[in-house]
Structure formats: structure tokens, C-alpha cells
Write a protein that binds this ligand. Sequence first.
Ligand SMILES: [Cu+2]
Length: 156
Amino acid sequence: MVNKLRIGAMTRARGKWACGLLALLLTGGMAQAQDLSLKDARLSLLPGDMPGAGYFSLHNDSPENVTLVGAQSDAFKNTEIHMSMEKDGMASMHAVPEIDIAAGERFEFAPKGYHLMFMHRVAPLEVGDDIEVVLRFADGQQLPAIFEVVSPAAMH
Ligand SMILES: [Cu+2]
């Protein structure tokens, strides 16, 4: 009886170790983005299958310049970096391939400017939900962050 319990505990411990190793292999042993952080991350949710817009403040407290090249979330099929602009009184937006953030700088994703465009929701979302978004950088760093789902009315 005692022996059986002990074997069970050992198996569990080994399973945990194996998971850790797998995670390390999957990420290629890449360091997590420790000196990069997101503040005030929120996703403005529109009704139906309209895209959601992600806003946040990205802080680069590392001694290196970084380049944001994309983002992804399990809650949406694809995500693009967008920039809104107004021309002749008409609002429009276009995709931006990458954004440089210099060492020690911060970059604001805010309404009427840069935003993450989340397209094709794959799961139902409600105001108040949290979704995980992973930001990707040109050097291979990945920064996971939690975005709070908010109503577009809360943006103003
Ligand atoms: Cu957009």
C-alpha cells in the first residue's frame, strides 16, 4: 500500500519534469521577454463577427531595441498590426508589418492610432472576459499578456 503510493508520486513528478522539458524544446530554449511588458491591455469587442481592436502600452525596459512583428490569440483566427488614419475626413486603416520600440521607450496602441486587429473570433466572448495574447518579436522573443475584453463605449 505504502509502496504503491510512493510509485504514484514518483510517476507524477516525472510527468511534470517531462512537461517542462517539452515546453523548453517547443520554445527552442528561447528566453522569455522579461524586460518587455504590456500595461492596460484591453480588447474592444464589436458585435457579431466584426473584428476586435486591441489597445495597450508596450514598455521596452531592456537595453536592446526590439521589433514587434505580430501577435496571436487562441480566441481569434488571425491578428494583424494596424494603423488608423484620417484622410480628407475619411477614417481608414492599413496593416503594418512591424513596429520598432527603442531601448527604454514605450509605444502606445490607442484608439485612432495603432491597434491589434483581431479577426474571426473562434470562441464566444463577452465583456469582462480575459483572453491570452502572445506578442512576437523579430528576435524570437514572445511576450504573453492578458487582454481584458471591454465594450467599445468604454474606450472614450
Ligand atoms: Cu484595424
